[in-house]
Write a protein that binds this ligand. Structure first.
Ligand code: FAD
Length: 417
């Protein structure tokens, strides 16, 4: 008989679990509280700019192999667009200096030996000083592990770790930072090509998954928020939604792929991260100049990454809590000034939108990292997924996909047990 799995939450974690299990022949029921799939990784039509925008600019690297494999499994790997070589143009807004970091296309970090390709004004010894990060303990902060000052830090380590951890790097978990460095910088240019869902997050990472699931007979219910579980002995016996209750058969499984706060209220006593950080994104309706790179790293300013999309310039500011309450118009003006300096464009503030995701990621400090649970629970048919579960990575799409795959594998193991 076909086995049944209920997946709670249609973010990237839930979708990746659902796709894996539907492909393995499971009858999948996906329950999503909101009216849209994608969670923190979604697109929507924005009236202010008259464009479809993403809630946040999401950057993947070619070394995010589970995320890329997930895109492949839903037929959209080609929708993750990036240059052939791992090249990152940067500008320093305080000095006006521009440079290009060229990580090349090797499987080894050979670029550090080449003065023309590494960060200007840095030497080999600066890179060797980063080595302790590679084997750092989870309990240590970055600031106790590597030098958090100097040219290499300012021009490369700080932007990379800030984007990956979404905290000020010295306070971040050295263990998580080390995982990022091992899987990207240390794996050479081939693992560092920047990839962007150019046609939008939903078009590339969400809607094709929903179509695949529907094609395999999955049921997908939006506006279907799980309110509680009915437990029987060692298993989940019921899923309690607002107006209906779903009975869970003895061999059926449940994957809970909701954010930590929802998970903690659904499963009292569950250990989860309790602190979060914001990410600020701003989108401007503006045709990028033809010579503008798709991604520009910015140091010494308010903005950190500038993305050029068709008809739109967008920026990201990580660890954005100090900006969450700043008046919107004032923030938009300040960001636009940085964009003009960084890209050389001129003009009055074009139509804009600011998206401030207050709880964009859990706080990737050693203390919060220690609160991440694994995928198994005290109930034998209930598994956890989510970027906040203990994936060994910060809260990223790569971590989400890994968590979804891992929960799916445990469901598969339950079937074969
Ligand atoms: C602004 C921003 C920028 C980011 N940039 C990057 C980036 O550049 N690169 C990168 O790799 N990652 C980035 N991330 C992180 C990435 O978006 C997340 O790691 C990922 O989307 C998390 O997916 P998830 O499925 O674990 O959780 P979520 O996306 O939070 O999905 C959980 C789902 O569960 C649903 N839900 C909640 N409660 C219930 C309930 N009771 N019943 C049913 N459904 C429920 C929610 O509505 C949601 O759809 C960014 C995140 C943000 C917010």
């Amino acid at each position: 008989m076909q086995k049944t799995v209920h997946i709670i939450g249609a973010g990237i974690s839930g979708l990746s679990a659902a796709v894996r299990l539907a492909n393995a022949g499971f009858k999948v029921h996906l329950h999503e509280a909101t009216q849209q799939a994608g969670g923190r990784c979604r697109s929507y039509f924005d009236a202010a700019t008259n464009l479809t925008i993403d809630n946040g600019n999401h950057l993947l690297l070619s070394g995010n192999r589970h995320a890329v494999a997930y895109a492949r499994s839903i037929g959209t790997e080609a929708g993750l667009v990036g240059p052939k070589r791992a090249q990152f143009p940067f500008v320093d807004l305080t000095t006006g200096q521009r440079w290009q970091l060229d990580l090349g296309d090797s499987r080894l970090p050979t670029w550090v030996f080449d003065e023309a390709r590494r960060v200007p004004d840095t030497g080999l010894l600066d890179y060797l000083a980063l080595m302790p990060l590679i084997w750092a303990a989870q309990s240590k902060p970055v600031g106790d592990t590597i030098p958090c000052k100097g040219t290499l830090y300012r021009r490369l380590v700080q932007p990379l770790l800030l984007a990956a951890l979404n905290v000020d790097p010295p306070e971040g978990s050295a263990g998580l930072a080390g995982a990022v460095v091992r899987e990207t910088l240390l794996a050479g240019g081939q693992a560092c090509r920047p990839l962007i869902a150019r046609e939008g997050l939903s078009a590339v990472l969400v809607e094709p998954a929903i179509r695949l699931l529907q094609g395999k007979g999955a049921s997908i219910q939006f506006g279907h928020e799980l309110r509680g579980f009915g437990m029987s002995a060692a298993s989940v016996g019921e899923l309690k939604f607002g107006d209906d209750t779903v009975a869970i058969g003895a061999d059926d499984a449940v994957v809970m792929a909701v954010p930590p706060r929802a998970a903690a209220s659904l499963l009292p006593g569950l250990k989860t991260p309790t602190k979060f950080r914001a990410i600020v994104n701003a989108h401007f309706r503006f045709d990028p100049p033809k010579d503008m790179p798709p991604l520009l790293g910015v140091v010494g300013g308010l903005i950190e990454w500038l993305f050029a999309f068709p008809q739109r310039l967008s920026i990201t500011i990580s660890n954005g809590d100090p900006l969450v309450d700043m008046p919107r118009e004032e923030l938009a003006q300040a960001i636009w000034r940085d964009i003009c300096k960084a890209s050389g464009v001129q003009g009055d503030l074009p139509p804009w939108q600011i998206v401030r995701e207050r709880r964009a990621t859990f706080e990737a400090t050693p203390e919060q990292n220690a609160l991440r649970p694994g995928p198994s629970t005290s109930w034998k048919n209930l598994f956890l997924a989510g970027d906040w579960t203990d994936t060994g990575l910060p809260a990223t799409i790569e971590g989400s996909v890994r968590s979804g795959n891992r929960a799916a594998d445990l469901v598969l193991a339950m079937r074969s047990a």
